[in-house]
Design a protein around this ligand. Structure first.
Ligand SMILES: Cc1cc2nc3c(=O)[nH]c(=O)nc-3n(C[C@H](O)[C@H](O)[C@H](O)COP(=O)(O)OP(=O)(O)OC[C@H]3O[C@@H](n4cnc5c(N)ncnc54)[C@H](O)[C@@H]3O)c2cc1C
Length: 557
């Protein structure tokens, strides 16, 4: 076994032992920012711990549009520096995680000469800002080429279109790979362990952490603390001192997921105008399904559970129907999720206009905060935060994250043996491709485990994840409940109308057997998972037709 996150119990014990020898750094929050910071600090030889209140990546970092992109839209806001930084990071991440960050062609259909000229200039600037080193240069397509690349477009409606490249990813997997590499370098990571108190001192910070599984509290000692708690940053800062500066202004973004039978998308993503023609929506091929989003609305509800509301669903469906001439209804929705952007409040204007820039700041003695930013630029913002802390601690080592591979040494080097192995075990090549997409080099470990356990069937019929992944998630990736497995270690909560709990699903039984749940606990897990997912989707589970079999692709070379 190539190793994962390590055991949760041992991690808690190591954290409890920090009274005698404090950590150099305790990171609060297991989203992409915290995970990136933990890896960055570990790469400098610092002793690092990370605690996450809920599951790893359960915050905004599992609810993104899954794009590692320069951010074409930010050109309109003249955020050239941000676009350049993000475009260069797209290249770095494609090299560090080739299984996870994969180029995807996008098409922008155009209907007028003016739009053609505007997009032409914008896309030239987009390529220039990545030093013309994107996978391919943008190109104008005639009408036939545009319609061929975007099959759902009604015939004869557009003049042509532009194609350009960005990358797509699985946001949760990116978090996991950062954490696994951090653990490999000595970091200690624990999920379902929330910070409930922070007591800064001259020499060290004492942090009270609650194990949400047992309810026990413990104290973790660290020379410095980095709060990377996304939209919860203000709440955590409040634990350190009373006069918190309420700097964050959450903005909600939702996505709907459809089957490819409902929206017959090809391999290219497409930008479509929304019904109000005020912003563009992405329509992206993702995990064999079609992801549509996103919105950007000021949010004042419960930040722990932002829901997809009826008007959100109507907005996306009307936009899709207007652009594609389809007759989609809510019954076609396979999945829906909502996330909150931790935007830094501006003085005026809507959240859509606020900068996606990040901020690293001192919250109090020994306690730093890092917030804002994007999934794409997590590495840069983590480095900036850890630079500050390292300099404060007089640690002179530089970050090495630019060179630390994120779980896949060579894509072809794992895809070929994994495919051969899967075939020998009687499975389709697409199963191996999905394992490589998720686990990189560790795909071979999952196949070994499938052979040992005799579990080669899917976790949920018609979907790519294998039943054995529930065991792997519990043993190697710290999954402690059903939601951890269905919503994050696999993404069945997003792409399956039944959320991975349809007829024939093996998830709850296998998790129960692995973690020693009795019948009552299995039932409670199922009920709690279903209730949470229905609340987020705003729809009953399993209300949509089952999608056709999923064949997510992963390209090598
Ligand atoms: C709809 C939407 C689409 C987006 N799409 C993209 C995209 O395509 N590309 C892109 O580059 N960016 C995108 N973004 C932005 C990106 O997703 C976020 O910037 C990023 O995920 C934020 O990560 P984070 O780690 O800062 O926050 P989070 O992922 O929210 O992590 C913070 C963590 O802190 C934990 N926490 C909170 N309180 C405590 C506590 N007391 N103790 C311990 N832990 C605690 C939370 O549980 C949470 O897991 C999108 C954002 C949204 C909302």
């Amino acid at each position: 076994m190539r190793g994962g996150l390590g055991g949760r119990e041992q991690a808690l014990e190591r954290l409890a032992a920090t009274r005698a020898e404090p950590l150099d750094l305790l990171v609060v929050g297991g989203g992409i920012t915290g995970a990136g910071a933990a890896l960055d600090a570990a790469s400098r030889g610092m002793s690092v711990g990370l605690v996450e209140r809920a599951d790893l990546a359960s915050g905004t970092s599992s609810k993104s549009s899954k794009l590692i992109h320069g951010g074409l839209r930010y050109l309109e806001q003249r955020e050239f520096g941000l676009v350049r930084e993000a475009s260069l990071e797209r290249q770095v991440l494609g090299r560090l995680a080739p299984h996870l960050v994969q180029p995807v062609p996008f098409v922008i259909p155009v209907t007028s000469r003016l739009r053609r000229a505007q997009f032409g200039v914008g896309l030239w600037a987009y390529d220039a800002l990545s030093n013309f080193r994107n996978s391919k240069f943008h190109r104008y397509l005639d009408r036939d080429e545009t319609e061929e690349l975007v099959p759902p477009l009604p015939r004869g409606k557009v003049r042509g279109g532009f194609t350009f490249y960005d990358s797509k990813t699985d946001d949760v997997r990116l978090v996991m790979e950062n954490l696994i590499q951090a653990v490999r370098l000595g970091a200690v990571v624990v999920n379902h362990a929330g910070v409930v108190g922070i007591a800064p001192d001259e020499e060290r910070v004492e942090v009270k952490v609650r194990d949400e599984v047992t309810g026990y509290d413990m104290f973790v000692h660290a020379r410095r603390v980095l709060v990377a708690a996304g939209v919860w940053t203000d709440q955590v800062e409040h634990l350190a001192h009373a006069d918190v500066n309420l700097a964050l202004r959450p903005s909600k973004g939702i996505h709907l997921v459809f089957s490819r039978d409902s929206i017959p998308l090809g391999e290219a993503g497409v930008f479509i105008p929304d019904v109000a023609r005020r912003r563009m929506l992405f329509v992206i091929p993702w995990l064999g399904s079609v992801l549509v989003g996103t919105t950007d609305t000021q949010y004042e509800g419960d930040i722990d559970a932002p829901p997809v509301e009826p008007e959100d669903r109507a907005y996306c469906i009307e936009s899709l129907n207007a652009s594609f001439g389809l007759g989609l209804t809510e019954a076609d929705i396979c999945g829906a999720f909502a996330g909150l952007r931790p935007l830094i409040a501006g003085k005026h204007g809507e959240t859509a206009d606020l900068s996606r820039r990040h901020r690293v700041y001192e919250m109090g003695p020994g306690v730093y905060g890092v917030t804002g930013g994007k999934l794409t630029t997590y590495r840069r913002m983590s480095t900036e935060a850890v630079d500050k802390i390292a300099s404060d601690l007089d640690i002179r080592e530089d970050s090495k994250t630019r060179w630390i591979k994120l779980g896949c040494s060579r894509l072809k080097g794992v895809l070929d043996p994994a495919t051969a192995r899967a075939r020998r075990m009687g499975m389709e090549a697409s199963v191996a491709a999905n394992l490589v997409r998720c686990y990189g080099d560790r795909a071979l470990d999952v196949l070994d485990l499938a052979a040992t356990e005799g579990l080669t069937q899917p976790m949920s019929p018609g979907h790519a994840p294998l039943a054995v992944e529930a065991i792997y998630a519990a043993r190697q990736e710290m999954a402690v409940d059903l939601e951890d497995v269905l919503a994050r270690r696999t993404r069945l909560a997003l792409v399956d109308p039944a959320g991975g709990m349809g007829p024939g699903s093996a998830a709850a039984e296998i998790m129960g057997a692995e973690l020693g749940w009795d019948r009552a606990e299995v039932r409670a897990q199922i009920a709690s998972y279903r209730a949470k997912l229905e609340e987020e989707r705003g729809l009953p589970l399993g209300s949509a037709a089952a999608p056709r079999a999923v064949t997510p692709s992963v390209r090598s070379g």
